[in-house]
Design a binder for this molecule. Structure first.
Ligand code: RM4
Ligand code: MN
Length: 384
């Protein structure tokens, strides 16, 4: 194996979300699991385990207010002691009663001011934690035709985004996330990548689009979106997860590892591994254990990336230029069908890690320790 391939895999960093470690569920039931963190400090300790065993998950995304603490500088210092750093700050303007008719696009200016104040508070938290990335997802939209003025809501959105943009400091950026529906069912104010892209384009280089892989209609070609946004310098990052139906938030690479490979190939093709693209997970482990769920997800992204890096680009270009449809397809499939697990095991061994992170975690005794220690108190959840 070439040293370039290994260097690229070593440089791949996958960010895990604090909310993956807490209890989550569906609107029918949230099942409590043993050993689940009771506060953001314990979530960071769990995330540090994922990094300790995989070696490629050095940052953790926070969600505010789920991860509200009195002193964010202290939380960031705690993360550093555990060997991890604070990644993206995720804003939350979807769980307050005031937001029933929207947050930044609400017809009531007082609600819009409240939502904007929260977004600006998230930038303060970036300053305090050293985070460079703000993630914006708006549940805003309408349920019935005529409910509100579609165009006016875009004006309100643009106004809020430009206020947040103006507040960003040196080296900070925001990522605007789109989602086709849910919780709004008639119109969504940021329903697709085109809407997110248009708003970001107007604002400038500190505004980029984030692609949550679960936020598309069935059948949408996500790798096309990725290729397009990368070409325009507007792909800020991913929220990785997988879906069978809608926004399922299952483990990335579980539903469709081939799609993940095709996405990662476009990233590799565009030099996106070294272009500041954030590779984040946005998942909820409802029935599976959480820390192993994150470890498995990180490994799935690594495997897809390794396969994407294995694509023989020269052979592919030659087949494409010669109009060799089946030959070109075979080049991609050869890479996809390669078993990269031995290569990744070797890479881990070279880094002083156990070759199988799942087994190493199971053997570590960490789960038994947290299950015994974390009794009493309120387990963290996703706040719904
Ligand atoms: C949303 C969106 C956001 C995530 C929340 C929990 O659907 O994907 O990225 O923060 O869910
Ligand atoms: Mn997301």
């Amino acid at each position: 194996m070439t040293t370039d391939l290994k260097a690229a895999l070593r440089a791949l960093h996958i960010e895990t979300p604090s909310w993956a470690y807490g209890n989550s569920g569906t609107r029918f039931k949230v099942f409590a699991q043993r050993g689940v963190p009771r506060d953001p400090y314990e979530k960071l300790a769990d995330a540090a385990q994922v990094h300790a065993h995989t070696g490629v998950a050095p940052t953790v995304a926070l969600h505010i207010p789920w991860d509200k603490v009195a002193d964010y500088g202290h939380l960031a210092a705690h993360a550093r002691e555990l060997g991890v750093g604070i990644g993206a700050i995720n804003s939350n303007v979807f769980q307050d009663d005031a937001y029933m008719l929207g947050s930044v696009t609400n017809p009531d200016p007082a609600v819009r001011r409240k939502a904007l104040a929260h977004l600006l508070e998230c930038v303060d938290i970036m300053d305090a934690t050293g985070s460079a990335t703000l993630k914006l997802w708006f549940s805003d939209g309408t349920n019935y035709p005529g409910q509100d003025d579609i165009r006016a809501r875009q004006d309100r959105l643009a106004e809020a985004l430009s206020a947040v943009y103006a507040r960003l400091g040196e080296g900070q950026r925001f990522l605007l996330e789109y989602k086709l529906f849910e919780p709004a069912f008639y119109t969504t104010d940021v329903p697709d990548w085109g809407t997110a892209y248009a708003h970001c384009l107007r604002l400038g280089p500190k505004a980029q689009v984030v692609v949550d892989t679960g936020h598309h209609a069935p059948g949408v070609n996500i790798e096309f979106i990725v290729a397009f946004l990368l070409r325009e310098g507007k792909l800020g990052g991913f929220d990785f997860n997988s879906r069978f139906y809608a926004d399922d938030d299952l483990m990335v690479g579980a539903a469709d590892p081939f799609q993940l490979f095709r996405i990662m190939y476009e990233v590799v093709r565009a030099g996106g591994l070294a272009a500041g693209v954030a590779f984040m997970l946005d998942q909820c482990h409802n029935i599976e254990p959480k820390i192993p769920g994150q470890i498995r997800s990180v490994m799935n992204v690594q495997e897809a990336t390794a396969k994407a890096l294995l694509v023989d680009r020269d052979a592919l270009a030659a087949a494409q230029a010669g109009g060799d449809v089946l030959g070109a397809n075979a080049v991609l499939m050869d890479a996809y069908n390669t078993d990269v697990r031995p290569l990744l095991a070797e890479l881990r061994a070279e880094a002083g890690l156990a070759p199988d992170p799942m087994a190493a975690y199971a053997k570590s005794g960490y789960f038994e320790k947290i299950a015994a220690e974390r009794v009493g108190g309120t387990q963290a959840g996703w706040g719904a």
